[in-house]
Design a protein around this ligand. Structure first.
Ligand code: SF4
Length: 392
């Protein structure tokens, strides 16, 4: 007899809810969950064909063990496989210490799984060598959020997309990378055509089809563009002085920083006209609510954290944060990258937005986990395997 199990699509960061029809052994079909707040029943072609990848023929159904690199894998049972893995870890730790092992965990894990791996690595093994896909995907956004807002937590939700008056999509081909969310934006724009959409991308992607303004800047000139927009907003008096005085610090330093980014210089650097730069700044500065969406075009860059900070600064300077339809909203690549970061799945983090480098935070978590202490040594990162100092 067929049954329905509610779950989440494992592919992209939209996090669509799915209803899986199965008979307890075989997946018979997958549909969008009409009650789910991310997608309200919609799925893209990847999500709609999930059941094909869940086919028994395509799945590993039992553990296999290879006792030497030159040997073939042979079938084993779960007890043997788990004992083997635990013994290899234990022997390595006994011989070479806790920092001789490391965990690299996936953005497809559930939040509870992330938490359990963190506890295993830090409290039981005693190493901070635990990192996740967020290192390669979202670490620039993490730095931007922490540096500008004090916490790695996007201050927006999907409903803001429908409520915003002006959206800036920068470094994201959302139509391809986050298709169901893009459909949601298309519907919102169809209902409220006055909603202004700006796309910043050196390429003319399908996302640009929805744009009122497309700025095809030269690659790697995003920081100059964002500073140039703030320069114009300052010049035009379109900043929110009351918000700045009440909620921010260091604004004078930012003002000095963007002072030199005049429209002529920025238009030359970015390869766009001064008119389009001015038009973009006016759309943002005059919008009752302003939301920005970005993805790997900003994050996966040698200056990714500077790009994130420059964008968040724009929101802080205009007070466009912390109210409906406004704020900086990073689009993540993997379905539960944020769940991983909330449970401490970067080598420098601890659960609950705490830092592994902070003695007070370590003591709090150690007490909660009922261990004497947590490791102090800086954990290895997944990108270059270097000891991470970037977030400290
Ligand atoms: S938009 Fe993303 S989460 Fe939704 S169905 Fe497609 S791949 Fe899955």
């Amino acid at each position: 007899m067929s049954q329905i199990t509610a779950s989440t699509c494992c592919y992209c960061g939209v996090g669509c809810g799915v209803l899986i029809e199965h008979d307890g052994e075989h997946i018979l079909g997958v549909q969008g969950d009409p009650q789910h707040p991310a997608n309200f029943g919609k799925l893209c072609s990847k999500g709609a064909t999930l059941h094909l990848t869940g086919d028994l023929d395509a799945r590993g159904l039992h553990p296999e063990l290879r006792l030497g690199k030159g040997l073939a894998r042979t079938r084993t049972d779960w007890d043997c496989a788990l004992d083997h893995a635990a013994n290899v870890f234990a022997e390595t730790i006994r011989e070479h210490g806790p920092d001789s092992v490391a965990f690299y965990i996936s953005g497809q894990l559930l939040t509870e799984d992330y938490y359990a791996f963190n506890k295993l690595a830090r409290a039981l093994v005693g190493t901070n060598n635990i990192d996740s896909n967020s290192r390669l995907c979202m670490s620039s956004a993490v730095v931007g959020y922490k540096r500008s807002l004090g916490a790695d937590a996007p201050p927006c939700n999907y409903e803001d997309i429908e409520q915003s008056d002006c959206l800036l999509i920068i470094g994201s081909n959302m139509a391809y990378a986050h298709p169901v969310l893009f459909r949601r934006l298309e519907e919102a724009k169809a209902k409220r055509p006055e909603m202004q959409i700006i796309v910043v991308d050196p390429r003319r992607t399908d996302t640009c089809e929805l744009a009122d303004l497309h700025l095809a800047i030269l690659p790697s000139t995003d920081v100059a563009l964002l500073h140039g927009i703030l320069h114009i907003l300052l010049w035009e008096g379109l900043i929110d002085r009351r918000y700045i005085d009440t909620h921010t610090e260091g604004f004078d330093a930012l003002k000095s920083l963007v002072h030199g980014y005049n429209p002529q210089m920025v238009s030359e650097l970015c390869g766009i006209s001064q008119d389009s730069l001015q038009h973009c700044a006016m759309l943002i500065g005059r919008a009752p609510s302003f939301l920005s969406l970005w993805c790997m075009g900003l994050n996966q860059s040698s200056s990714g954290s500077a790009k994130n900070s420059a964008l968040i600064n724009l929101h802080l300077a205009t007070g466009q944060i912390g109210r409906p339809g406004a704020g900086p909203f990073s689009l993540t690549g993997q379905p539960n990258a944020m769940g991983g970061r909330e449970t401490g799945s970067l080598s420098n983090l601890l659960p609950g937005h705490r830092d592994a480098g902070n003695a007070e935070h370590r003591a709090e978590v150690a007490q909660y986990w009922r261990v004497d202490s947590l490791p102090q040594s800086t954990g290895l990162t997944a990108d270059f395997g270097e000891r991470d100092r970037s977030f400290r």
